[in-house]
Write a protein that binds this ligand. Structure first.
Ligand SMILES: Cc1cc2nc3c(=O)[nH]c(=O)nc-3n(C[C@H](O)[C@H](O)[C@H](O)COP(=O)(O)O)c2cc1C
Length: 316
């Protein structure tokens, strides 16, 4: 399978699959495993500068292949992280959760490739006007913080692809070659996987969280805090189900005790960010195997469709 498209060329990778940046989860072992497999791991930039710098350096010890970093603008602890990324020689950045005007010019002046994460067409137009190289187009079925006005990947991707001419990486609902092929048919040239990468051997979260993803049905996530303007898609548990239609408690308070979940495996004590695609995930496997199998399945799905729909028609 030869991808060779604008995304592979811009990112310098063989395979246009990104592992999503996930605070405390996308640690160097996971990032490096994805990059070693020919795809691209992303280091989350939501931690302190020195911690992120240490993660970048550790990834470099584990792999010589390209990797990138995410700057979640609203959650950055110290804006000097932008200078650190430039100093460390990172080549690819995704920016999210904030205005694309904030850092794009500085990053591009320093020679980095910048993609901005967008949940709507309007946000995509603003990002392109700000000068980004490409977009991560993320549908509302994905895990984590979302736009209060939900649009699924199925609607958002072809809409943005038809209106704007920049390369698109699809996120939200992608876990295998079939969903990757669907995203490409809708206009993407790369995909990003979040929930799928949590349930991997290299993911450092407690086994209980991985097993909960494997056990989840497609109906086992819900959006909390919509009324507070900061919706977050999480796994359905007793605690989160009780909060689904009750706005009295701010879900953000629960996020504070993430160690209870990630380290001690207490699913009721915090919020497990999780996408609807958990309903399609049925095993905990090494990240490199996910990349390899996704490419194989992508190839098989495209060939199958071409044979079926474009093959020589048999005479009636
Ligand atoms: C456990 C978890 C934590 C996440 N944390 C972050 C984060 O810190 N920053 C961020 O930009 N996205 C975060 N995300 C969202 C992912 O970057 C990604 O866009 C999303 O998971 C894609 O949808 P999917 O889960 O259907 O693959 C997180 C996702 C998960 C599953």
């Amino acid at each position: 399978m030869q991808f060779d498209n604008p995304v592979t060329r811009m990112l310098g990778v063989e395979i246009p699959i990104l592992q999503a940046p996930m605070g405390y989860i996308a640690k160097p072992d996971l990032v490096a495993a994805v990059s070693e497999a020919g795809a691209m791991g992303l280091v989350p930039g939501s931690l302190g500068i020195e911690e992120v710098r240490a993660d970048i350096r550790r990834v470099r010890e584990l792999t010589s292949k390209p990797f990138g970093i995410n700057l979640p603008i609203a959650f950055i602890r110290d804006v000097a992280i932008v200078d650190m990324i430039v100093e460390e020689g990172v080549r690819f950045v995704t920016t999210s959760a904030g205005s694309p005007d904030t850092h794009t010019a500085r990053l591009k002046d320093a020679g980095l490739t910048v993609f901005h994460v967008v949940p709507t067409l309007r946000a995509a137009q603003k990002a392109v006007a700000a000068g980004v190289d490409g977009l991560v187009v993320e549908g509302s079925e994905g895990a984590g913080f979302k736009n209060p006005r939900e649009v699924s990947t199925m609607v958002l991707l072809p809409l943005i692809a038809s209106q704007l001419g920049v390369p698109i990486i699809a996120a939200g609902g992608i876990a295998d070659g079939r969903s990757m092929a669907a995203a490409f048919a809708l206009g993407a040239e790369g995909v990003q996987m979040g929930t799928r990468m949590v349930a991997t051997k290299e993911s450092p979260v407690h086994e209980n969280m991985k097993l909960a993803i494997v056990a989840a049905a497609e109906t086992d996530t819900l959006m909390l805090n919509k009324e507070r303007g900061k919706p977050v898609r999480v796994l359905r548990t007793q605690t989160t189900s009780a909060m689904e239609f009750d706005n009295a408690r701010d879900a953000m308070e629960l996020l504070g005790d993430i160690a209870a979940l990630y380290e001690r495996g207490d699913l009721e004590a915090s919020l497990a960010q999780c996408g609807q695609v958990a309903g399609r995930i049925d095993a905990i496997v090494p990240a490199g195997e996910i990349i390899r199998k996704t490419v194989e399945e992508f190839d098989a799905v495209l060939r199958g469709m071409a044979n079926h729909y474009l093959g020589t028609p048999t005479p009636a």
